[in-house]
Design a protein. Structure first.
Length: 322
């Protein structure tokens, strides 16, 4: 028996795979190699774009061959600005992949699914802490594609006897192991490091939001906490009585963009300040998780804070020569 992880070579996926394997689970990695991590054994991965036309057939064959009993579906695109510039690509990649994974699960009689969703499904919230019952009003194609994925999974779970949960990630950062650090530039913390490494000010997209310092406020969760949340979620799926549920995965504490910049300055001992430019389309002012449901039902809470995230990100950059 094994667990199939799509996107298992990516930043988050490589952490999930390592946590699962450390607990003794056999893992089948599926990835298109677009953002693969050298430290996550890419030679063992099945190279596949899970949104492609033949993906369902190929996934089905591997699920049967490897006796897969559960799926963690992480593969997808996640850049808000890119989704606004190229929405068709986002809908094709993020929605078709869900359909293909579900179809393969039905054909292979695999019943348990953990889906990588996002706080972007909530849109521009106006509450201090976001509950899972908050209306879903995404304001960009990325968030809309994740919302569609959740709806498709909910309907399929009810129809085909699947048990599934969607984990709505808040902002992910840091590194559980230095070799698995985030090499991308779409997330705030690596962007600030990049700017400071080039002796340039960090870029702030607007400082006139209704927050304590005018910059956007987000809930930052350590990637290792997130990986451990997937492991806990998989255990919950196996014992849940309903067919579908959703959970926020965050810390319950918000940090502003300026606070993140200050944290990077403290970690590096250098600061080049910040430059304010126009607001970025699709950015809500504040998105912070209410994490009580995850704690109560799944039994998981985060253990690491923003400083842990920034310090681990710094260590990863030093090790990898970034």
């Amino acid at each position: 028996m094994s667990i199939l992880v799509t996107g298992g070579l990516g930043y988050i996926g490589s952490h999930v795979v390592r946590v699962l394997e450390a607990s003794g689970s056999e893992v089948v990695i599926v990835d298109d190699y677009s953002t693969g991590k050298a430290g996550s054994r890419p030679e063992d991965a099945i190279r596949l774009d899970v949104s492609s036309p033949r993906a369902q057939e190929i996934l089905t064959a591997h699920m049967k061959l490897r006796r897969v009993t559960a799926v963690i579906h992480l593969a997808g695109r996640k850049d808000v600005a890119e989704s606004i510039a190229d929405p068709l690509r986002y809908y094709q990649q993020n929605v078709d992949s869900v359909i293909n994974v579900l179809g393969a699960m039905v054909q292979s009689e695999v019943s348990d699914l953990v889906f990588s969703s996002s706080a972007a499904v909530y849109g521009a919230v106006d509450v201090p802490l976001v509950l899972e019952s908050q209306p879903l009003l995404p304001i960009n194609p990325y968030g809309a594609s994740k919302n569609m994925g959740e709806r498709i999974i909910q309907d399929a779970a009810a129809a085909y006897g699947i048990k599934a949960i969607a984990l709505r990630y808040f902002n992910v950062g840091g590194a559980g192991w230095p070799d698995l650090g985030d090499t991308g530039v779409s997330n705030l913390i690596p962007r600030v490091f990049d700017q400071f490494d080039s002796r340039r000010p960090a870029i702030v997209f607007g400082d006139d939001y209704d927050t304590r310092d005018g910059t956007c406020e987000r809930d930052y969760i350590h990637v290792l906490d997130l990986a451990e949340a997937h492991q806990a979620a998989l255990g919950y799926v196996r014992r849940m009585t309903g067919s579908f549920d959703t959970f926020n995965v965050g810390t319950g504490t918000g940090s502003t963009v300026r606070e993140v910049i200050d944290g990077v300055s403290l970690a590096t001992g250098a600061s080049y300040g910040y430059q304010v430019i126009d607001r970025r389309e699709g950015d809500p002012p504040t998105v912070v998780a209410d994490v009580s449901k995850m704690a109560r039902l799944v039994g998981w809470t985060s253990e690491r804070d923003l400083i842990d995230i920034i310090r681990s990100a710094k260590d990863a950059r030093l090790m990898n020569g970034i």
